[in-house]
Design a protein around this ligand. Sequence first.
Ligand code: LR7
Ligand code: MN
Length: 431
Amino acid sequence: MRTGKGEHGKPYPLTEDDRDDSAYRENGFNILVSNNIALERSLPDIRHPNCKHKVYLEKLPNTSIIIPFHNEGWTSLLRTIYSIINRTPDILIAEIILVDDFSDREHLKEKLEEYMARFTKVRIVRTKKREGLIRTRLLGASMAKGEVLTFLDSHCEVNVNWLPPLLNQIALNHKTIVCPMIDVIDHNHFGYEAQAGDAMRGAFDWEMYYKRIPIPPELQRSDPSDPFESPVMAGGLFAVDREWFWELGGYDPGLEIWGGEQYEISFKVWMCGGGMFDVPCSRVGHIYRKYVPYKVPSGTSLARNLKRVAETWMDEFAEYVYQRRPEYRHLSTGDISAQKELRKHLKCKDFKWFMAAVAWDVPKYYPPVEPPPAAWGEIRNVAANLCVDSKHGATGTELRLDICVKDGSERTWSHEQGSVLQAADCYFGCC
Ligand code: LR7
Ligand code: MN
């Protein structure tokens, strides 16, 4: 029955002025539009019609809803909270934990505390320094009391009856991670709609880009509204049994700021005795940004996170990634011994099993490129404990013995069968 701009998830009628870049700068989406539509706006119920007739267990576990945020817009954050409060059975919410990752915007300080005082279930916790979204989620999870942990981004709108289908799947088997269908809230006009191609599941290519590929016919159910297996999640929106999450070691806390964690948790849950499902009857809208608005501390890189995950979980398949991204070979991952130990302790299956049993359709879309038969490494004079190194000299590139440096790319050599010796990279003009 609601009327007004943006109601029923309709696009806000934008004027030329509304499109000015200044409206996007702070959030990567149009904050003026967000400010001009109702915090409690209505959304279209775009679930599969069968969802209206599904029955769920009478007794479902309750959940802590954990929302990390860094410099989130005021109305986009509030709309996330209102949508949860309005569209979730109160009895299922143990608490809503807002975790501030060291934001510096004024509206996220006392003003937020004062506003949230009206919601008895909302708690605000704050990191003491910029941690990035992974450790920020971990902080929220460490304080959570609910039986299930549900993670959301700070610019979402949950849709009709989004939570019970997720909790139901976990109640049936607690070693399950579940994800809602992620709908698109347009970053210009805030129109709400399904992503292109609804019958898709999560995948990745060998550069470790997240991809969606069609659900293979073998996995399609007679009822398309039933949950289906998903090899990897998008990252931000999922629910997991709290105890199972910690049994899995939570996230690797060595992952910095942004990215890679979706692979870590996905590989881990599958390889270590659990499973992951997408649940079509649960739908949550997410604002996909136009660009990343926040600063990323220098020295952190997505590449490092990805290599950390590849080294811990992907076994010989990591080579396919390095084949695509040769620059990863020499990147330092930091210490991953605790992650390797966890993998052993949990008696996890190997990545080959994961590819064969779970992600078997991925290579059909993203065939890995076999690396040439080659040896990689340093050339060391053991007596002097010095390594062959390439340097620019007066006559071009010269080879000399020099101190051996771990991860020094110019000192790593590859040798293909039958070919001449090559330096691993074209750094410093030496190929
Ligand atoms: O330093 C930071 N600290 C934070 O607390 C950076 C971000 N954050 C917060 C931020 O406020 C937001 O709530 O962390 C959350 C995710 O950050 P976004 O919104 O900038 O990330 P994203 O939506 O662009 O990216 C997706 O991939 C991320 C890294 O792998 C996370 O897993 C996000 O949760 C994830 N988002 C989704 O899965 C929603 C669907 C989009 C897709 C794909
Ligand atoms: Mn997001």
